[in-house]
Design a protein around this ligand. Structure first.
Ligand SMILES: NC(=O)c1ccc[n+]([C@@H]2O[C@H](COP(=O)([O-])OP(=O)(O)OC[C@H]3O[C@@H](n4cnc5c(N)ncnc54)[C@H](O)[C@@H]3O)[C@@H](O)[C@H]2O)c1
Length: 371
């Protein structure tokens, strides 16, 4: 790959993007990183506090649908790489309000592509540029229990408005490579977890609820299967694709860790009981956690009505990125859960700040007791 040392990273006030810029600025401190983020409900400047003093890092609040702004950033900062994390990312919200998903995930990606085409291809400002689209395994649809994991050749069969919007964006990225010669790549990743994840997603929500003694909602039977990847391993995978991946190519990134949702939540509950049970300081800080009262966190599990169109199973085949780019995840599930739990236990000011009244009301309204 051409040497790229100046990046526009979109959506990096969100979960994976913020982990990515921490990773990148630590590993490649001489690279210039400009973050563009609209700071929606999911964006949080506090996730980037540690980078504010970094001399090659800057933050711009703005929308990826604003093509003129993106073009100006590419020209003014002489940026020759884009990593697009910006998205509406929560499946439940795509069911109750799909419009924002169409706007950001499809139209926004298109505006970014147009800006990149204009500045890099038409104006010829960056011959060795790269446009990288961060996508999801959800574009491939759902697997049965005995189906082989998704390869990059699996047909796109999205089931939720979220997955359909990400699938549309992937098709646009591919078309801009084929039609206009934009140098692109796409990574399709499985479920991530780790620090800075907004507490509407399963693992972050489970931790933030259990320490406050609140119900732990589980959709349907809890037997849906996901492949979990610690976020740092996702960042390493994108790094491999940016550094060594072929343009015009798609790479799956996954953890090889298939778990049922209920199995995962039970594991997290046991871990929390152990960690909080052994620490008088944590018991004092989280008096409502079951472990602080001699009870089990699993007693908080509550089955709720299933999500419409809920995909049954995701599993991802990472042979391509392994064989072509030498990538393997490094953090196993037990270690990743431990790191994540400890991060949330020690950063309650981060998640308490986003758990404000209106958010709590929204989250409570999502789950209705089913059985
Ligand atoms: N979370 C996962 O498990 C997972 C797995 C695979 C792929 N992905 C993909 O990775 C990317 C990041 O996911 P995440 O979980 O970090 O999402 P997130 O919801 O935590 O963060 C999204 C960020 O995008 C910003 N944003 C939203 N709309 C914007 C707009 N119009 N303009 C500029 N910024 C905007 C938000 O403010 C927020 O900071 C998404 O594209 C998602 O589809 C996520």
């Amino acid at each position: 790959m051409a040497d790229i040392h100046s990046w526009l990273v979109t959506g990096a006030a969100g979960f994976i993007g913020s982990n990515f810029v921490h990773y990148w600025c630590t590993r490649y401190p001489d690279d210039r990183v400009v973050v563009l983020d609209a700071l929606t409900y999911a964006g949080n400047r506090n996730s980037l506090t540690a980078l504010e003093a970094h001399e090659n890092f800057s933050f711009v609040q703005g929308d990826i649908t604003d093509q003129a702004l993106v073009e100006a950033l590419l020209r003014d900062h002489q940026l020759d790489g884009i990593v697009n994390f910006a998205a509406e990312s929560h499946v439940d919200r795509s069911i109750t309000g799909p419009d924002a998903f169409i706007s950001t995930n499809i139209v926004g990606t298109h505006r970014l592509l147009e800006a990149a085409r204009k500045v890099w291809v038409t104006e010829g400002r960056a011959a060795g540029h790269r446009f990288h689209q961060v996508s999801t395994d959800e574009v491939y649809g759902s697997l049965g229990n005995d189906d082989p994991p998704f390869t990059e050749e699996h047909p796109y069969l999205p089931n939720s408005p979220y997955a359909a919007s990400k699938a549309s964006a992937d098709h646009l990225v591919r078309a801009y490579q084929e039609t206009f010669g934009l140098r692109t790549s796409i990574s399709n990743c499985s479920n991530n977890y780790g620090p800075y994840q907004f507490p509407e997603k399963l693992i972050a929500l489970t931790i933030c609820n259990l320490v406050r003694g609140k119900a732990l909602p589980i959709y349907g039977t809890g037997m849906n299967i996901r492949d979990w990847l610690f976020v740092d391993d996702h960042c390493r995978g994108i790094d491999r694709v940016l550094r060594a991946g072929k343009t015009g190519r798609t790479y799956n990134i996954g953890g090889g860790t298939e778990m049922t949702n209920i199995g995962l939540v039970q594991r997290l509950c046991e871990l929390a009981d152990q960690v909080i049970g052994e620490s008088a300081e944590l018991q004092a800080r989280y008096p409502d956690a079951p472990a602080s009262k001699g009870r089990t966190s699993a007693s908080l599990i509550e089955y709720v009505s299933d999500r419409p169109g809920h995909d049954w199973r995701y599993a991802i085949d990472i042979s391509r990125i392994d064989q072509e780019l030498g990538y393997q995840p490094l953090t196993d599930l037990d270690r990743g859960l431990e790191l994540t739990l400890n991060w949330y236990l020690n950063n309650d000011q981060w998640w308490q700040a986003v758990m404000d009244g209106s958010y709590q009301q929204w989250i409570d309204s999502q789950y209705t007791a089913g059985r």
